[in-house]
Design a protein around this ligand. Structure first.
Ligand SMILES: [Zn+2]
Length: 189
């Protein structure tokens, strides 16, 4: 079993048998997350006001600028899976202002730079799922995923005690990345 260099806890299973090979990210702890987000909304994870440091840690918020924020995904596909979102609760890409688009673009670059420095991944998946049918867990607040990837993580068969392992990773990931994001300046200020 190959363990990814970054200690990732997710796995990607390759399934074949449909005639053409296809790949499916497999992260079993996400089922609780998906069930949770289908319940009546009890508040949006991307909508928050000013946060004290303890609240940032609790919410896994690494950066909160005037236009956009960065947080760790509580239900990661891989170690240090980040989410970047506008501060405004908007679902549509075309609803973003120029300042919000610039801030998000800057934070995507900053996130890649910081993850390269902190973890040395071999590659990244970056992207946004627009709409629930496209796979968005939180469909009504636009957000981007930044997922670091390591050679061999597609072969990493998960995941023994997923929830516990994932939460330990989250605390360690927050402690690793938060000092680096403290130095990120708002791209639009
Ligand atoms: Zn929101």
């Amino acid at each position: 079993m190959d363990r990814p260099a970054g200690g990732g806890v997710a796995a990607v299973m390759e399934k074949r048998g449909t005639g053409e090979g296809w790949r499916q990210l497999w992260a079993p702890w996400r089922s609780a997350y998906i069930r949770g987000t289908h319940r009546a909304s009890t508040g949006c994870i991307f909508c928050f006001g000013a946060l004290k440091p303890a609240a940032c840690r609790r919410r896994l918020v690494l950066y909160a600028g005037p236009e956009a924020s960065v947080m760790l995904n509580r239900y990661p596909y891989n170690n240090c899976h980040l989410l970047i979102a506008p501060r405004r609760h908007v679902a549509e890409l075309e609803a973003l202002s120029a300042a919000e688009s610039a801030a998000i673009s800057g934070l995507l670059s900053a996130s890649v730079r910081i993850l390269k420095k902190a973890l040395g991944p071999h590659g990244f998946n970056l992207g946004a799922n627009l709409g629930r049918v496209a796979g968005a867990g939180v469909a009504d607040h636009l957000h981007w995923h930044v997922v670091p990837r390591w050679n061999g993580d597609t072969n990493f068969m998960p995941v023994m005690t997923q929830t516990r392992v994932a939460s330990e990773h989250l605390e360690a990931s927050f402690a690793l990345l938060q000092p680096l994001f403290r130095r990120v300046q708002s791209p639009v200020s």
